[in-house]
Design a binder for this molecule. Structure first.
Ligand code: ATP
Length: 222
């Protein structure tokens, strides 16, 4: 049977989740207290309904407990987001994902039963900040609070160095997952592989360790 999703709050975030799920052919119930929003999604979602999800009766009436995954995308109204999450948890909804506005909101959500808390604004902010701070970081994927995968642009400093001599693993605790050279990508590169200026290194490790690699091998100012 198809997995059934419900999205509460059809702002930019909830709306785009709703559209993506519908585009993937999933069953999705779109919920918002705003009639306009619901009208907008009536032709996109499997079903779209007007409801205030801080009202237990309204949620019960929608049979929300039968959904496999409920996404709470109420942004600005933190109180409504918390109330909704609490009610969903009390109804034993299997999987609850909630969008948090800030760290305190996130802490509360985790305590009251959110299975997953997402922080889209903060994550995008971190990503942009990282790209701005270090122009040699081409892309950035946060794996957790501590670990990331980054793409680093190799310059002259790394030109001609072999991976075995660099030994990022024992010197910095980082691993090079792949080396991109033009259109070629060498996944799990051999230790004797030599880096050329202009290569892109895809590195995984703790943020602090990646920063040390960046400072020593990538940034000009060092
Ligand atoms: P985003 O940052 O994702 O764009 P937004 O700022 O556009 O969000 P918000 O006002 O934060 O939107 O809330 C998202 C949606 O949640 C709105 O469309 C709002 O009507 C809806 N919403 C807020 N409170 C409730 C509630 N108690 N029940 C149902 N829907 C709600």
């Amino acid at each position: 049977m198809k997995k059934q999703f419900a999205v509460i709050g059809l702002g930019r975030f909830g709306g785009s989740i709703c559209k993506s799920l519908a585009a993937e052919g999933m069953e999705v119930l779109a919920i918002d207290q705003d009639e306009e929003k619901v009208r907008e999604f009536s032709s996109i979602a499997t079903q779209a309904v007007i409801a205030d999800t801080t009202d237990v009766k309204a949620l019960k009436g929608l049979g929300i407990r039968n959904f496999d995954h409920v996404i709470v995308a109420i942004g600005d109204n933190i109180q409504a987001s918390i109330m909704t999450t609490l009610i969903l948890d009390e109804m034993n909804v299997k999987h609850i994902t909630v969008k948090a506005q800030n760290d305190y909101h996130e802490k509360v959500l985790r305590r009251i039963g959110a299975d997953e808390v997402v922080h889209p604004e903060r994550d995008i902010g971190v990503r942009i900040a990282h790209n701005v701070v270090s122009r040699n970081v081409l892309d950035y994927l946060e794996l957790s609070d501590e670990y990331s995968i980054v793409e680093l642009a190799a310059g002259d400093k790394l030109d001609g160095e072999s991976l075995i001599d660099l030994d990022f693993r024992s010197k910095y605790g980082c691993n090079i997952l792949a080396v991109k050279r033009g259109d070629d990508i060498h996944v799990s590169p051999r230790p004797e592989e030599t880096i050329k200026s202009g290569d892109v290194l895809i590195v995984v490790g703790a943020d602090d360790d990646i920063n040390r690699v960046e400072n020593h091998w990538i940034n000009d100012e060092d």
